[in-house]
Design a protein around this ligand. Sequence first.
Ligand code: IMP
Ligand code: MG
Length: 182
Amino acid sequence: MFSPAGIVLRMAPLRVLIPAAEIRTRIDALGARISHDHAPGPVCLVGVLKGSFVFLADLARAISIPTRIGFLGAKSYGDSTTSSGSLTISHELDLNIEGQRVIIVEDIADTGLTISRITQHLASRGAQSIHVAALLDKPSRRTAEITLDYIGFTIPDEFVVGYGLDFAEDYRQLPDICVPVR
Ligand code: IMP
Ligand code: MG
């Protein structure tokens, strides 16, 4: 249990669920698999803002084939821990993916709504293939039918923060994936 130094603690104290070193090892393995599966490339990594920014930065550096990077802004949560059920595209993809192999890079698959809608959206933009990489998978809350091709860790139904994931915009910069202590 710890209180990150200098950070306003709105749901603290926190407990480390997945330490940074473990995340790194897992992402290196995912990067190697993606490099193998999509050789000789290029592959387009499409990060879903904002939660995926840390994962995408590390995953991209673990991939050894030519890689292009774009971001798409999507929001399925307001400032709460429950899904609003609707998805808004807040930033259109800044990359031409027509005829390209695309990998959606998400921080976490929860209900699956975000990934399902983004997959449809990218298909309409002419991608040759669409795969999904999710750092975390919370399968117990799934309502939309999705396929995750690359999963970092499967976790129980707990609200997690850190490594890009937020609670009302706080905690994204924590190097570990953490959960509030009950
Ligand atoms: P989905 O559409 O229900 O699958 O929700 C996916 C989005 O909800 C993720 O991209 C996250 O931004 C957010 N989310 C879901 N679970 C958590 C969590 O435990 N912590 C922080 N954000 C979460
Ligand atoms: Mg997200």
